[in-house]
Design a binder for this molecule. Structure first.
Ligand code: LLP
Length: 420
């Protein structure tokens, strides 16, 4: 009889049961990303409902996971899109996200990108500096299309997260200070080709505390009141993304409390709230599956060598991020027998998926599931060591579908055909 025991911690990995995962591996091999589309919808709806009847637009941050099937699912739920490149904008349009629900952020937009965004008629461009705003103005003038903009304000608040993913402090490269923002709004208000319709901040990612978000909202709401008093028509209040998820035992932000805290600070403002969640929607809706190749002991230290590596999932190497790892054949750690580093085949000491992971007795060919891998997993994957990027699979209504093929060697060299 088939054993359909669910992976021990479904909360961290979508409700993906073991039989389905094994089936996916039989069909598509490893390493492999598997996403639960129903879990993605559930998380999206949870956030949407948290804001109740308030005018809200959820613009999913594509950078977390831009697989077309994932974003098509979100498009069907009426999500907007927070994009940071023309590529992401094109992906969003491809799956049917209306242009008037697409926003374009990022610190270094170039003229050709700005012009294309203007020609496409997206909702607005988030500008991150005075210099960038002037470029947007020049591009808009050249095209004869007024540019709807929002200024990214840096509230200088400590988000209390990993320094690499903290963005709302004055030492970070993002946005402008409150006084500078005010000056930019005054300039834009009087400029023929600029239409300041939004205000934006994003203080960091994997936030587990509400207070820094509430404090930032309060600061930016105050600025918004003063802009409205100057007769500016600010229609959108963009609170960025950043809601954290549970990777191990973190207590994170409840979407209802999140919405309440923001609504509280926005009392008296008739404005549409935009939020840009990425990780919250997809993080715990995906797993990364990898096969055990060898086990080795090096002078008392255990290693499990697997076929997945830092090029597939770079978060542990890059941020020392923790992802729970379980053996698919026996996800309960009670029968644990070894403690080992789970490492990949790449030629770097930093190539690991987990350190000191407690695992049952393993054999070559066993599968390990790296949980909470739906966000910033495949989207940050690379071809380092000329490793083809792995396949992606989506599960919906119990059906397994390949949503991105495994790359081949030919794919990797396709753009180098004319080598010397
Ligand atoms: N909006 C803006 C302007 C952002 O910069 C980001 C993320 C988001 C929204 C979405 O944030 P989320 O809701 O996913 O936290 N690679 C890192 C995370 C980098 C986040 C960059 N910005 C990681 O793997 O933890």
């Amino acid at each position: 009889m088939k054993d359909t025991q669910a992976v021990n911690i479904p909360e961290l990995s979508g409700n993906l049961d073991r039989a389905l995962l094994e089936d996916a591996i039989r069909q598509f091999g490893t390493p492999l990303y598997v996403y639960d589309l129903e879990r993605i919808a559930e998380k999206f709806n949870q956030l949407k409902q948290a804001f109740g009847g308030r005018k809200t637009l959820i613009c999913y941050a594509l950078k977390a996971n831009s697989n077309l099937s994932v974003i098509k699912k979100l498009a069907s739920l009426e999500s907007g899109a927070d994009c940071v490149s023309l590529g992401e904008i094109k992906r969003a349009i491809m799956v049917g996200i209306p242009k008037y629900k697409i926003i374009y952020s990022g610190v270094g937009k170039q003229d050709f990108e700005i012009k294309e965004a203007l020609s496409l008629g997206i909702l607005f461009i988030n500008v991150e500096s005075k210099e960038e705003m002037l470029r947007v103005e020049a591009c808009a003038k050249e095209l004869g299309i007024p540019a709807r903009i929002s200024v990214r304000v840096n509230p200088d608040i400590d988000p209390q997260t990993h320094p690499y993913i903290s963005t709302g402090l004055k030492e970070n490269k993002f946005g402008v200070g409150i006084e500078e923002a005010k000056g930019m709004y005054l300039y834009a208000h009087n400029a023929e080709f600029l239409e300041p319709i939004g205000i934006h901040f994003h203080i960091g990612s994997q936030l587990t505390k509400l207070k820094p978000i509430a404090e930032s909202t309060q600061k930016i709401a105050k600025l918004t009141h003063s802009l409205i008093a100057l007769k500016m028509d600010i229609k959108f209040f963009d609170i960025g993304g950043g809601i954290g998820i549970t990777y191990s035992d973190e207590n994170t932000i409840n979407p209802y409390d999140y919405a309440q805290a923001i609504l509280e600070e926005l009392r008296g403002l008739d404005i549409t709230i935009i939020c840009e969640p990425g990780r919250f929607i997809v993080g715990n809706s995906g797993v990364f599956l990898t096969k055990v190749l060898y086990q080795k002991e090096n002078q008392g230290k255990n290693f499990v060598v697997v076929d997945g590596a830092m090029n597939d999932l770079i978060r542990p190497s890059l941020y020392e991020a923790y992802h729970q790892i379980v053996a698919l054949k026996n996800p309960n750690t009670e029968s644990a027998s070894i403690q080992a580093d789970v490492v990949g085949p790449i030629c770097e000491s930093g190539d690991y998926l987990g350190k000191n992971i407690v695992l049952p007795v393993l054999e070559s060919g066993d599968i390990l599931a790296v949980l909470s891998a739906g966000a910033y997993g495949f989207s940050m994957a690379s071809n380092y060591n000329t490793r083809p990027r792995c396949a992606e699979v989506a599960i919906s209504s119990g059906e397994i579908k390949l949503v991105r093929k495994r790359e081949s060697f030919e794919d990797l060299i396709a753009l180098e055909k004319d080598y010397l």
